[in-house]
Design a protein around this ligand. Structure first.
Ligand code: C2O
Ligand code: CU
Length: 438
């Protein structure tokens, strides 16, 4: 087994991310087996799954309010589908097998056509047996550019992932390990960032970094060196007031947009570090060479806000949402290790059926000894804090063990929407439900 030391990703293994512009005509995403250099160069490549011959899949870029058309072709030997995570999407295009579409069988295809109403950082990933298919590499970034993007020198995507991988480059294929699923999920023994490999920064450069945690179960606490700046968006949605960047925690599926300036420093790289109780591990780095003589004078300001309806707390519908289960509970819950309000897996009836436009006040009680990152499809919500103060718009909320949090959401997107733990091992073993908006 690879040791903890291998958490240090060498800059040599940082990969060029392919790009696809969706500006005009339609695009194809083909899922197939791929070979990828995940481990540092001195180790063998890995046999994974990817889109258009690459894992991560291509960075898809479009503009706010465009309609995009993507033909998904399945050249795998397993059924699959694509979910466009965080997009306020037409329900029929949400990519959830058995809820919004049939799985796409091997050698079959599916046409995804949808509008991108909100600018921001999103991603796409397989949504059939996602604890396996995402672990095998079926994901990529989906960037919706603002009509007037902020002025920066670079706008870059950083994907964070971990793998259970051997020194031979082989993945551990025990994707349904109940013991892991009953705890924190399938945590990798190797982690790294994917960043464009020909990117070189200068001191004083201003850079927008779009961080996306694509790991199946790993929560990443991130620190960046040699830069100073602000968090300007979370889960795709701009913050009304950008906050100073200190450290940053991203649950699986969460995103953060940063705008930062490269500092006058003796270091020759910006390091992206994963900090945990064992120490600090370098996930990736971007070299710094030379000085930019015309630094930005303007302060880093808020991105243009997306237009979403605000929750109406005075008229909200109370929805209890209690998470139970986990290690030691497996025998008590039938097929499911994890439950929401006592039920594991998807039922024929929704957790709740809203009339379009109603506000739901969902009281999430984490009655377990583990963390969970709860994701709602097709909507963003706000956390309701003490005194009814509202937090930023999010599509995934991280709860620590035994924690209680309240979220408010305007259910204004009609359809059947999955709500589940994005620790994909937990989702696979029961922690999911769905909400209907009539
Ligand atoms: Cu990233 Cu059910 O989704
Ligand atoms: Cu969970």
């Amino acid at each position: 087994m690879i040791t903890r030391r291998l958490f240090l990703a060498s800059s040599a293994c940082i990969t060029l991310l392919p790009r696809l512009s969706l500006a005009s005509s339609s695009t194809r995403l083909t899922a197939s087996e791929v070979e990828a250099q995940i481990l540092p160069d001195e180790y063998p490549a890995s046999k994974l799954w990817g889109y258009n011959n690459s894992t991560p899949g291509p960075i898809l870029r479009t503009k706010q309010n465009e309609t995009i058309s993507i033909q998904f072709e399945n050249e795998l030997n397993a059924p699959s589908s694509i979910h466009w995570h965080g997009i306020r999407i037409d329900n029929a295009m949400d990519g959830v097998p058995d809820l919004t579409q049939a799985v796409v069988e091997p050698n079959d295809y599916f046409d995804y056509d949808f509008k991108t109403p909100d600018a921001g950082t999103y991603w796409y990933h397989a949504h059939n047996r996602s604890q396996e298919q995402v672990a095998r590499g079926l994901y990529g970034a989906l960037i919706v550019e603002e009509l007037n993007p902020p002025n920066v020198d670079y706008d870059e995507v950083v994907l964070l992932d971990d793998w259970q991988i051997k020194e031979t480059g082989e993945l551990n294929e025990d994707f349904d390990n109940l013991h892991e699923q009953s705890m924190a999920g399938a945590l990798g023994n190797f982690a790294r960032a994917f960043i464009r490999d020909d990117l070189v920064l200068k001191q004083n450069d201003r850079i927008r970094l779009r961080l996306i945690n694509v790991a199946t179960d790993r929560v990443f606490s991130i620190e960046l060196t040699s830069v100073q700046g602000k968090i300007v968006a979370l889960d795709g949605m701009p913050l009304e007031k950008p906050v100073d960047l200190q450290s940053l925690t991203l649950a699986p599926a969460q995103r953060a947009d940063l705008i930062v300036d490269v500092l006058d420093t003796l270091e020759n790289a910006v390091l992206i570090n994963f900090v945990n109780s064992d120490g600090s591990f370098e996930l990736g780095s971007i070299p710094i060479e030379g000085v930019n003589d015309s630094p930005f004078q303007q302060a880093i300001t808020a991105l243009p806000l997306n237009e979403l309806a605000e929750p109406n707390l005075d008229n909200a519908i109370d929805i209890p949402f209690t998470l139970s289960g986990g290690m030691g509970m497996a025998m008590m819950m039938g097929d499911s290790i994890w439950t929401i309000n006592g039920k594991g897996g998807l039922d024929d009836i929704p957790l709740h059926s809203f009339n379009r436009g109603e506000t739901g006040l969902i009281r999430i009680v984490n009655d377990t000894g583990f963390s969970h990152g709860i994701h709602l499809h097709g909507h963003h919500f706000r956390e309701v804090k003490d005194g009814n103060a509202l937090g930023p718009l999010r599509d995934t909320i991280l709860l620590d063990a035994e924690e209680e949090r309240m979220i408010a959401c305007v259910f204004d997107n009609p359809g059947k929407w999955l709500m589940h733990c994005h620790m994909l091992g937990h989702q696979a073993s029961g922690m999911k439900t769905w909400i209907e908006v009539a």
